[in-house]
Design a protein around this ligand. Sequence first.
Ligand code: WT7
Length: 634
Amino acid sequence: MTDGKKMTGEVYYPAPEIIEHAHIPDYDKVNDEAVADLPGFWGKIAAENYEWYQPWEMVLDDHNAPFYKWFVGAKVNIVHNALDRHMRTATRNKAALIFEGEPGDSRVYTYQQLNYEVSKFASVLRALGVSKGDRVTIYMGRIPELMIAMLACAKIGAMHSVVYGGFSTEALLDRINDSESKVLVTCDGAWLRGNIVPLKQIANEAVARAGTLQSVVCVKRTGQEVEMIPDRDHWYHDLMALPIADPGAPTEVMDAEDPLFILYTSGTTGKPKAILHTHGGYMVGTSTTLKWVFDIKAEDIWWCAADPGWITGHSYIVYAPLILGATSFMYEGAPTHPYPDRWWSMIAKYGVTILYTAPTAIRGLMRFGRSWPKRHDLSSLRLLGSVGEPINPEAWKWYHRVIGRERCPIMDTWWQTETGNFMITSLPSMPLKPGSGTRGFPGVVVDVVDEEGDPVPVNEEGYLVIKTPWPAMLRTIFGDPDRYVQQYWSRFEEQGWYLPGDSAKKDEDGYIWIIGRIDDVIKVSGYRLGTAEVESALVSHKAVAEAACIGVPDELRGNVIKAYCILRQGYEPSEQLSIELRDHVGHEMGPIAKPSTVDFVESLPKTRSGKIMRRILKARVMGEDEGDLSTLAD
Ligand code: WT7
């Protein structure tokens, strides 16, 4: 690949034994094949690695692009491939999930046991009136029942809509209403740093105002007293003890293109978008990317330290590892509880071989110094991963040296809720450059272009674009197909390219360096938030007439939110009010959306048509040039 050819910058070359061990020892070869014949490439993978109830007539249908279809005409269910088929092989007796709770309790589910729970809960959902195509909202902490609930939905062909447990009332309510969910699955509470996050209480506030919801199922986790509404609310353990909870529940036969789930994510404007993924393409894409990028083998213990509430968890905690028959580890709580070595102690205890986490977590743990990881035997680790935001070379090197003991390559994976799986990523066999996402996954043609769509010169910033379709791509925005076209496919409509909304550079070696979002999306600790959502939470406070938010760089969290508010008549700026407004956003949206500062202003920079010019606010904070001011109102 790059043998003999000198690459520019700081480069870490993989050891020969790593290349030898890898599923894909030669990236260029596989990528060339894939790009030359995309349907042939994916069709072969799909035929060899999964069970289909009925084969496809066509691998890729692009007649109605950007409404692409994959494996057209095939019948499948992702759960058949994640669970059912393993019941016939030795995988049945293997650990699918090893779980450790924050208080230290631990559970292991074999594939057989997981299938048993999923099947029972699937029939419970059916008994609650959920059928194919219905939506179920799931709002829980990081516990095995979250995974069971998701798989149970998929098994009966219902779409799950998981709302991250760190979100609060308004965010949950919006998502329940937009999805028109019939059932909510939640838990009494979640453990976080020894405290209880009262999820059922938050859910009660939301459900009281939700239109379509008929039933609530509540898992007992933290054990405190919670309010249960008769007829509407049921304990999970009560339902699972009923004769209707049938461990032999059948798996629904789905079209490959039938919806699997929706997942809300923040966009440029207005309310969050419900990104829709399907059974067939998502199954093939997520599991192939996991297998190749993290080189998953039978003996591995894979730890994706994300939350199942985000796409990372959907793809790489729940679906892909199970499809591969792998063993996953999942931890409920905070990385630093009770001490900053919690993660390292669990890696040693369970013999985790691959750790996949976010730069913000690495930076957070780096602060405590190397003595904490040093007291643990981390020799089981063989690969590391990073996702969510660009990783600064300093954090990369610490991760590589202190955690990976200079033996473990770091896979930097760029992707999105929309893409469903890794898109720009290293493979274990590739030379690594700290901070670069490396190259497109085989078959994914990426480029960095200017306004006209022409490639920008080497090392210059431009729009990141994706030029080829891929199986796990989003199919639409649920309930808003026009917005799907407008948001992702209109910028380079003529060329038919997908616009992720990031800016990037490409270096001499063709390596991609992600710079950041080009829209009004802010990445705080890797979490994706829209300025519009935080602003509307601020404006919902009685003191606020108008608000604008921007993201500014932060050493630990990547970015933090700075808010500017114009107060209504009768309210005076004060430190007290600023704190109250931050707490208000925390209550409405969740702690992650809290602005780090709230400043009071008399006016906001706007265009003549009344749009807030956030880039001017940002340029002022950063002490940068304010750029073109010709559209500014005054
Ligand atoms: C945005 C998508 C998909 C997993 C988690 C985030 C940023 C993601 C990287 C990376 C640089 C990254 C991009 C992207 N991003 N991974 N490895 N290097 N930036 O999913 O919440 O949909 O956010 O996260 O800006 O557009 P998401």
